[in-house]
Ligand binder design. Structure first.
Ligand code: G1P
Length: 297
C-alpha cells in the first residue's frame, strides 16, 4: 500500500524576469489567465488530487501572493451588502482553510532542487507532490489527480512527462526510458536540459512530481548541476537505482508553458474560449483577425 499524498510544494521564489516590467511589482504567479491568477489553477489542481497542506517556497517581494490567499473581509462585506452573491461565492472558493498554507523563504536563488529542499522539515517522511505553477495543464481530469491514481499502483517516484520537439530538449529535464508501457514509462536515467545531440530522448519532464521523501535526502548530496544550480532532476535521478524507481507519466491534457510570453498568450486564448461568457465574442474576434491576415497575404 502506498501512503497517501497530502502535501504539495509550490516553488514560487523565481523573479519572473521574463515578464518584466510587470514582475517589478506583481509576482509572476499572480498574473492572470482571464481572471484567475496562475497560482489559483495550481491550487485547484492540488485540491482535486487530495492535497491538504500547501507549502509555498517564496522569496522577497512575494507579499501579494500571501495576501491573495488571505480572506478579504472588507471586500466580502461590501459584496454582501450589495447582494452580489455570485461574486461572493466565487471569492469563497479561493479561501483556504486556516493552517493549510505554509510559507518558507528561499534565501538564495540556488535552483529548483534547493527550493524544494527548503521545505524538507514540513515534508518530514511522507511522499509529497511538487507543482510548478508556470506549467498550466488543461484536461478533463486534472493532471496531478491522474498521477496520484497511477502512483497508487506504482509507488516510488513519478514525474509528468510529455514528448517535446527534439530541438527543445535543452529547456527540460529529459527521460531515458527503460520500459515504455504507453501512458507510463519506467526510467533508467534523467538529464537536466541536455542539448539535442546528447539527449537520451525527447520525453520531457513537465512541472508535476510525486516524490519519495528520500529525494530530500538526496538533495543534501547532489552537486550543482545544469546552469550551476541544485537541480531537482539530479536528486530524482539518484532514486533510479533504489528499489522504488522512477516513472514518467504521460498525462492526458494540454500543457501551456506560462513561463514564456507566447505560452501565456496561448493559454489566455484557450481559457478564454473555454468560458461560456467569453467564447462568442472572442472567437468572432479571432476569426476576424485571422481572415484579415489571410486577405492581406
Ligand atoms: C524545470 C525543471 C525541468 C522541467 C521544467 C518543466 O525547469 O528543472 O526539469 O522539465 O521545469 O517546466 P525550468 O523551466 O524551471 O527551468
Amino acid at each position: 500500500m502506498t501512503r497517501k499524498v497530502t502535501k504539495a510544494i509550490f516553488p514560487v521564489a523565481g523573479m519572473g524576469t521574463r515578464f518584466l516590467p510587470a514582475t517589478k511589482s506583481v509576482p509572476k504567479e499572480i498574473m492572470t489567465l482571464v481572471d484567475r491568477p496562475l497560482i489559483q489553477y495550481a491550487i485547484d489542481e492540488a485540491r482535486a488530487a487530495g492535497i491538504k497542506e500547501f507549502i509555498f517556497v517564496t522569496s522577497r517581494g512575494k507579499g501579494a501572493l500571501e495576501d491573495y490567499f488571505d480572506h478579504a473581509p472588507q471586500l466580502e462585506a461590501q459584496l454582501r451588502a450589495k447582494g452580489k452573491t455570485k461574486l461572493l461565492e466565487m471569492l469563497e472558493t479561493t479561501n483556504m482553510e486556516s493552517g493549510a498554507i505554509a510559507y518558507i523563504r528561499q534565501h538564495k536563488a540556488l535552483g529548483l532542487g534547493h527550493a524544494v529542499w527548503c521545505a524538507r522539515r514540513l515534508i518530514a517522511d511522507e511522499p509529497f507532490a511538487v507543482i510548478l505553477p508556470d506549467d498550466v495543464i488543461a484536461g478533463e481530469k486534472p493532471c496531478l489527480q491522474q498521477m496520484v491514481e497511477a502512483y497508487e499502483e506504482t509507488g516510488g517516484n513519478m514525474v509528468a512527462a510529455m514528448e517535446v520537439a527534439p530541438e527543445k530538449t535543452s529547456s527540460y529535464g529529459i527521460l531515458d526510458v527503460e520500459t515504455d508501457m504507453g501512458s507510463m514509462v519506467r526510467v533508467r536515467g534523467m538529464v537536466e536540459k541536455p542539448p539535442v545531440e546528447t539527449a537520451p530522448s525527447n520525453l520531457a519532464v513537465i512541472g508535476r512530481y510525486i516524490l519519495s521523501p528520500t529525494v530530500l535526502e538526496n538533495l543534501n548530496n547532489v552537486d550543482r548541476g545544469a546552469g550551476g544550480e541544485i537541480q531537482l532532476t539530479d536528486a530524482i535521478a539518484a532514486e533510479i537505482q533504489s528499489d522504488k524507481g522512477v516513472y514518467g507519466y504521460r498525462f492526458k491534457g494540454q500543457r501551456f508553458d506560462c513561463g514564456s510570453k507566447s505560452g501565456f498568450l496561448q493559454a489566455t486564448v484557450a481559457f478564454g474560449l473555454a468560458r461560456d461568457d467569453l467564447r462568442e465574442d472572442l472567437s468572432a474576434y479571432l476569426h476576424d483577425i485571422v481572415s484579415m491576415g489571410k486577405a492581406a497575404e
